[in-house]
Design a binder for this molecule. Structure first.
Ligand code: NAG
Ligand code: NAG
Ligand code: NAG
Ligand code: NAG
Ligand code: NAG
Ligand code: NAG
Ligand code: NAG
Length: 471
């Protein structure tokens, strides 16, 4: 970086402080407030999984013990619900299903360990919004911990662990010996009032936490770990779900840390359930082949009203990523991402309009996604290779892409920003943004999505920078 650039950098840093107050407009509307989801649930009844014959030796298969315990607890559903307690130990199990009004609570040194036999993870129907398994036609393996049509479910612990032993699945995937799509660690379908907290998730066969067709979901204070080269081990993927809050998580996996989705091509379009009101606070981690926060590529039911604040990312491929494709239909709009600090990231921001990947040949390539009102602000990056590779779709440009106060120390000197079929505005961007984004953002504040109703909520946003130390 030359001397004059360094000087500009300093000036920008100072101007930033001033620019801050002029950017946010007035207005009192608020979006999803996470605290509404942070209700404490106490269960009048509790049983321990050992009462149902479970053995925590890491060898005995406990699927029946979990199933029997949960079957027994059904009788408490209308009496305030019940808790299933898992004490310290290694509890090997196949897939089991939860019920409503249940708390699954792990002790500090409790580890629920997924079986390495694929038949212990039964085959279930594909998701209607995907039309088939994500990886292979037909059904898919059921998640280790599964739920369908539930309400009032808590999965928590004193940092107990849910370990999927995913390495066998990654091998089967890599050597093409699977007949069905890999399972998640936790999948809840058609459920509401869900809390997943205070746990560590390790080595998921596929995406770790997958709420799909859900409402009012809180994921808080969880650690999700998988090796950097493990295939598609996304952390948390809210899918066709609304009013989801994800807070205070450390995620380091082989793919996107958080990916917001809503179904795939013609199946997602006809299912028509969007992901909306998604709030993300304070996420730290790294991913060698994914993004810190991704939207898509499956987004055919639409994605809107997304607010993410406080991302701390290091040693990663992408910071922010939007993925879509002709044939997807749907939309991604009203997205507000702010307070992002990255170090050693290849692409700080990447938008890909031609991501490809279709469920079958029945999609209509003329069904184009609509992408607009994406605001990315208050971003600091060091050791960034490419500032932005922003590619819309020819004849379907992505509009009102707004960058404000984006300061990136880019190592690749020529064309730090590459833009095609992208339109929007910018304000305090260094290095200077690409030509199509040079409109003055402040003059177009109506076009820039300022998270009206999603702006930082003073009472709901704790101190930013809490996780800086983990970088
Ligand atoms: C999103 O949040 C707003 C504000 O809390 C609420 O009015 C709206 O109904 C929510 N949308 C959905 C689909 O729940
Ligand atoms: C979920 O609820 C729907 C509608 O009430 C019902 O058709 C379906 O069988 C239920 N599924 C399960 C697994 O309970
Ligand atoms: C996070 O979980 C750990 C145990 O896993 C606990 O000690 C800590 O207090 C929790 N923090 C919050 C904010 O809930
Ligand atoms: C929980 O355990 C994980 C894995 O051992 C660890 O990385 C993390 O720091 C722990 N979290 C807390 C809050 O103690
Ligand atoms: C695929 O991986 C599995 C798990 O490691 C192994 O048992 C199997 O022999 C491998 N198959 C081939 C064809 O390499
Ligand atoms: C998570 O742990 C913290 C600290 O122990 C506790 O205050 C909080 O209630 C726990 N969350 C849940 C949902 O149990
Ligand atoms: C940007 O990188 C250069 C060269 O590595 C370094 O000298 C400079 O201090 C960095 N600036 C910031 C603001 O990180």
């Amino acid at each position: 970086m030359g001397r004059s650039t360094t000087a500009l950098w300093l000036v920008l840093l100072i101007v930033t402080e001033i620019g801050e107050s002029t950017w946010s407009p007035g207005g009192a509307a608020h979006g999803l407030r996470c605290e509404k989801l942070r209700t404490s649930v106490s269960r009048p009844h509790s049983v321990t999984v050992t009462e149902f014959g479970a053995v925590g030796d890491g060898v005995t298969l406990n699927t029946l013990a979990f199933q029997n315990a949960i079957f027994y607890l059904q009788s408490f559903a209308n009496k305030g619900g019940a808790q299933l307690f898992v004490p310290a130990g290694r509890w090997l199990t196949g897939s089991f299903s939860l019920i409503s009004h249940l708390t699954l609570s792990l002790d500090k040194d409790a580890v629920i360990v997924g079986s390495m036999e694929s038949f212990e993870w039964p085959i279930i129907d594909p998701l209607p919004s995907y039309g088939r398994g994500r990886e292979l036609p037909g059904g898919r393996h059921q998640s280790l911990i599964h739920g369908h049509n539930l309400t009032d479910v808590v999965i928590t612990g004193q940092n107990g662990t849910i370990d999927g032993q995913g390495s066998v699945w990654w091998d089967w995937f890599n050597n093409h010996t699977l007949d069905y799509t890999r399972p998640h660690l936790i999948e809840l379908m058609y459920s509401s009032e869900v809390i997943i907290s205070n746990l560590t998730f390790k080595n998921s066969p596929f995406w770790a936490i997958h709420p799909v067709y859900c409402s009012h979901v809180l994921v808080q204070n969880v650690t999700i770990l998988a090796p950097p080269d493990s295939p598609n081990t996304d952390g948390i993927d809210p899918d066709s779900s609304d009013n989801v809050c994800i807070e205070d998580c450390y995620i380091s996996t082989g793919d996107d840390l958080i990916s917001i989705k809503s179904g795939w091509d013609e199946y997602g379009i006809s299912f028509g359930r969007p992901s909306t009101n998604i709030t993300i606070h304070r996420i730290a981690g790294s991913t060698k082949s994914g993004a810190g926060i991704a939207l898509g590529s499956e987004m055919s039911g639409g994605i809107s009203e997304v607010k993410a604040e406080g991302l701390r990312l290091s040693n990663s491929l992408h910071g922010i990523r939007i993925k879509t494709s002709p044939g997807r239909g749907g939309y991604i709009r009203n997205v507000y991402l702010s307070d992002i600090v990255m170090d050693n990231v290849e692409f700080a921001i990447r938008i890909t309009g031609e991501y490809g990947e279709h469920p079958d040949e029945k999609y209509n390539p003329a069904t184009l996604p609509l992408i607009n009102k994406i605001t990315i602000r208050d971003v600091m990056g060091s050791n960034i290779r490419v500032a932005g590779l922003l590619e819309g779709i020819q004849g379907d440009s992505f509009n009102d892409i707004c960058l404000s106060n984006v300061l990136l120390n880019v190592t690749l000197d020529h064309s730090p920003w590459e833009c095609s079929d992208i339109e929007g505005y910018s304000n305090l961007v260094c290095p200077e943004s690409c030509e199509p984004l040079r409109g003055e953002a402040l003059k177009h504040s109506a076009a820039c999505y300022l998270a009206e109703g999603l702006r930082p909520q003073d009472s709901d946003t704790e101190q930013p920078g809490m996780m800086v130390a983990s970088l």
